[in-house]
Design a binder for this molecule. Structure first.
Ligand SMILES: *[C@@H]1O[C@H](CO)[C@@H](O)[C@H](O)[C@H]1NC(C)=O
Ligand SMILES: *[C@@H]1O[C@H](CO)[C@@H](O)[C@H](O)[C@H]1NC(C)=O
Ligand SMILES: *[C@@H]1O[C@H](CO)[C@@H](O)[C@H](O)[C@H]1NC(C)=O
Length: 496
């Protein structure tokens, strides 16, 4: 159970007077507020099209790894060994369940918990584990029958709808780890990188091969800066790379199993803000859906919290895409791509058929959960295969209507050549977004289990490279968290 008194120990008084008008008290929801600690906790995970593993890449082990160390008197004391990082299906570790030993998907979920147990910081009654680097390959071999349809087991179907070069297109990547160490008197650096092109050598140049990399750097006493790179190719045209602050327990956005993370107190709309510095160096081409911030959670269509039943759980995402080349699919001629209504800062509802007032260009795309029973037509259903369960997406674009929440108001803000520190009222904005719910049911508590940033290069036409750095990441709770966390987040046994 939550211990309410502990909140007092963690209240940070941040004087954002110029930004928020008056001095307010904030509680950071993160284990490492603002990425400042000299010790660091980072993990890595790679996902196939439906957020699972499928088949491990040869000699790479299960695609979960971590770099976690304590820092004292200029010594880095690592907590995770390379042997831990290389653990793969068939190899037991402490706490592994018998069902997971030979099952690549279950094995990865339990390996994450195991790595987290090595990394865990028990600084308060709310222990925390790590930042999560998430990498996803959007190839889907429809003949494999590997991905469920809105959570239901689905039969194989004819290729064409999804990128796939043929057998093995859903493979996991080659992963290389540079354990954090000193690269100068006061500078620390570490990283993960790799490629999806099995058999290629990234040391010999990246021509024609896919690539991903996250490198973290810090001067002792300074702050961590995370440098990201992502490259698509013809064989791997749909790749995603994010840095996530996930919940320290329960189901984070897009998972159907217990996860670990950095958010020891969960943000609930409207009472939180996100602070982050973003410097986009290369955009990644016209298909790069760069998410200034992406929030993810899970609740059922009747408003109840998720419980791991993939037939009724629904992943909910909302994100602002800041690539100025992204057009609004939602427009007066395509109401099917718009949410049924917009709610303005004065809580006024504006229907999408109200062409004089609806802010069409503030929305890129809305899609509804495939298992919803009472949808308003016309409606576009979200892709049923790319998550372990049904999903709902609300994708935004920079627009003056979002000014009140500190989001970009014009295309190009925060993009290449415009590095910025953002203080986003993500809570305020997300409290006013439309999300589907069954008629007559109690509105879901909008408690977010994942907050992340990065890009989804959504089927590039040619090889593209995105490059960006991220620092100062913090999630600030603007009122003490309520007890809602304990009933929203169920403790589930790792093996389902
Ligand atoms: C796991 O696989 C190994 C080798 O294929 C086999 O010997 C073992 O019986 C399997 N264990 C379980 C629990 O299925
Ligand atoms: C990838 O990481 C490895 C290990 O840290 C490093 O030796 C190599 O230079 C990196 N490759 C690229 C292309 O950056
Ligand atoms: C606009 O949509 C709302 C909600 O669906 C509906 O009640 C209303 O009748 C529509 N108005 C027009 C002019 O079509």
């Amino acid at each position: 159970m939550e211990n309410k008194t502990m909140v007092f120990f963690m209240v940070l008084t941040l004087g954002f007077q110029t930004c928020f008008g008056s001095e307010q008290h904030y509680t950071s929801g993160l284990g490492d507020p603002g990425m400042k600690g000299d010790g660091l906790r980072v993990a890595f995970e790679a996902w196939n099209f439906c957020n699972e593993v499928g088949e491990e890449a040869p000699e790479m082990g299960s695609p979960r790894a971590a770099d976690c160390f304590d820092f004292s008197s200029s010594i880095l004391k690592h907590r995770v060994t390379e042997a831990d990082n290389k653990l793969g299906v068939g190899n037991p570790f402490l706490g592994l369940s018998p069902q997971a030993l030979n099952n690549t998907d279950l094995y990865a979920a339990e390996k994450e918990l195991y790595l987290a147990s090595l990394c865990e910081v028990k600084d308060t009654s709310n222990p925390w584990q790590f930042w999560m680097v998430m990498l996803k390959n959007g190839n889907y071999d429809t003949m494999s029958g590997l991905c469920p349809e809105n959570g239901k087991k689905a039969a194989p179907f004819k290729p064409g709808r999804f990128p796939c070069f043929g057998d093995g297109c859903m493979n996991q990547p080659l992963l290389y780890h540079q354990p954090t160490g000193f690269v100068g008197k006061d500078k620390m650096r570490g990283g993960f990188n790799g490629t999806y092109d099995l058999g290629s050598e990234i040391g010999k140049g990246l021509d024609g091969i896919s690539f991903f990399e996250v490198v973290w750097e810090k001067n002792v006493g300074g702050k961590w800066v995370f440098k990201h790179k992502l490259k698509t190719t013809k064989k791997y045209p749909w790749l995603m790379l994010y840095l996530r602050a996930d919940a320290t327990k329960g189901f984070s956005g897009g998972y159907h199993y217990d996860t670990r993370g950095m958010m020891k107190l969960l943000p609930e709309s409207p009472n939180f803000k996100v602070r982050v510095t973003l410097d986009v160096k290369k955009g990644g081409g016209p298909q790069s859906q760069f998410y200034l911030i992406d929030i993810g959670s899970c609740w059922k269509n009747n408003g109840s919290p998720c419980d791991g039943d993939v037939l009724t759980d629904v992943t909910r995402y909302s994100e602002m895409i800041i690539n100025p080349e992204t057009a609004a699919w939602c427009n007066p001629k395509n109401l099917i791509n718009c949410p049924p209504f917009h709610i303005d800062p004065n809580d006024r509802k504006i229907y999408r058929n109200d062409t004089a007032n609806f802010p069409y260009s503030a929305y890129h795309y809305y899609c509804a959960p495939g298992n919803a029973q009472h949808l308003e037509k016309p409606v576009s259903l979200c892709d049923p295969y790319s998550n372990p369960q049904a999903q709902e997406l609300v994708q935004l674009l920079p627009h003056p209507i979002w000014a009140k929440y500190g989001y970009p108001t014009k295309q190009g803000q925060g993009w290449v050549g415009d590095p910025k520190t953002w203080e986003l009222d993500v809570g305020g904005l997300s409290s006013r977004l439309y999300f589907y719910q069954d008629p007559g049911t109690t509105p879901a508590k909008r408690i977010w289990t994942s907050i992340d940033m990065g890009t989804e290069i959504y089927v590039s036409i040619k090889d593209e490279v995105a490059e960006w750095t991220l620092s100062d990441f913090d999630v600030l709770l603007t009122s003490p968290p309520t007890d809602q966390r304990s009933d929203h987040i169920h403790n589930v046994t790792p093996s389902l």
